[in-house]
Design a protein around this ligand. Structure first.
Ligand code: SF4
Length: 319
């Protein structure tokens, strides 16, 4: 492992630039593309060929020609990309980058839940393992969760693992009975209502826009609720100039780049996902140079999980 990969890049512009040059060279040599989630660090977003939320990135990976994809995000995202693209080499630069919410439901627990509600279809948020996806009927992301649940003819639906997203869907779809699971995103749940109220007081002109992974105590104050791609659209189309961003603060960098003249505020220092911040330029360079860490799913699980993802991809999110 080369020592200069891991120098403090935030405080050292010279090394940041050196790493960017190295990444560009390795990318050409390995014929790779880099894709990054909206929550990644600014410098990681700067070297990415494609940015987006889970649904946009899932679709994007199936369209790129490259055989090597460096996925700057967390494990379930790289796994999803691999399920959809078994012939591409999907690399996760930091193998420990996971999603605590995805770990809140396991295959065993899901089977127990299904046994309790026989015949009830399972909608599984994409923040879940391949095994859990394989055992579910259909996946969804925060972009299309409402449409996916609504596309089912059944009145009762099991929704895993995010109880906050599930509750939000329940509030919108009164004709459905949603069985919730006790999962949640630690990043979105630790922000307090008081922090939102203080931000609103400090920036009285700002609209508060929130991700549906936030608990109801925060969502009740939102002017708009949507996925990160929904937020992007809302802000671009809005005549308002100031926004309080109710999701992981990495999103603010992309919003600033794409909306000059508009102002963005994070209401809380707690809106940081430690796992999303694990990926650095150093790890991307290391990943490309050594072709690590490849994420692969056993074929039997992959085929079953693919069915749940294909059903999801067939449902378009509402614009
Ligand atoms: S922000 Fe929350 S849901 Fe997203 S990866 Fe981090 S812990 Fe998981």
């Amino acid at each position: 492992m080369t020592k200069d990969y891991f120098l403090d890049m935030d405080n050292n512009k010279k090394y940041t630039q050196a790493l960017k040059t190295k990444i560009a060279k390795l990318k050409r040599e390995k014929k790779a593309v880099i894709i990054a989630h909206n929550y990644e660090r600014p410098e990681v977003q700067q070297v990415a060929d494609i940015l987006g939320d889970s649904l946009e990135l899932s679709r994007a990976v199936t369209k790129v020609n490259a055989k090597v994809v460096v996925f700057c995000g967390v494990h379930f995202m790289a796994e999803t990309a691999s399920i959809l693209n078994p012939n591409k080499k999907i690399l996760l630069p930091v193998k420990e980058a996971g999603c605590p919410m995805a770990d809140m439901i396991t295959l065993v627990k899901l089977k127990q839940l299904k046994a309790k509600y026989p015949g009830v279809p399972v909608v599984c948020y994409v923040n879940s393992s391949a095994q859990v996806k394989a055992e579910s009927d259909v996946c969804c992301t925060s972009s299309n969760a409402l449409e996916v649940v609504n596309s089912l003819s059944d009145g009762e639906v099991i929704f895993i693992p995010d109880k906050n997203l599930g509750s939000y869907i329940q509030s919108k779809l009164k004709n459905k009975q949603i069985v919730l699971w006790e999962g949640f995103c630690p990043t979105h749940i630790r922000v307090s209502e008081e922090e939102i109220m203080q931000a609103k007081k400090k920036y009285p002109q700002a609209k508060f826009i929130a991700h549906p992974e936030c608990p109801q105590r925060l969502l009740q104050h939102a002017d708009y609720i949507g996925s990160t791609s929904g937020m992007m659209r809302y802000i671009k189309e809005s005549k308002d100039k100031e926004f309080i961003i109710g999701t992981e603060s990495g999103m603010i960098y992309r919003l600033e780049q794409e909306n000059p003249g508009k102002k963005f505020y994070s209401p809380s220092e707690h809106f940081i996902c430690a796992d999303m911040k694990l990926t650095t330029l150093g790890w991307i360079a290391y990943s490309l140079e050594n072709m690590v860490y490849e994420v692969k799913v056993p074929e039997q699980t992959r085929k079953k999980a693919r069915k749940s993802l294909d059903r999801m991809l067939a449902v378009l999110p509402k614009k």
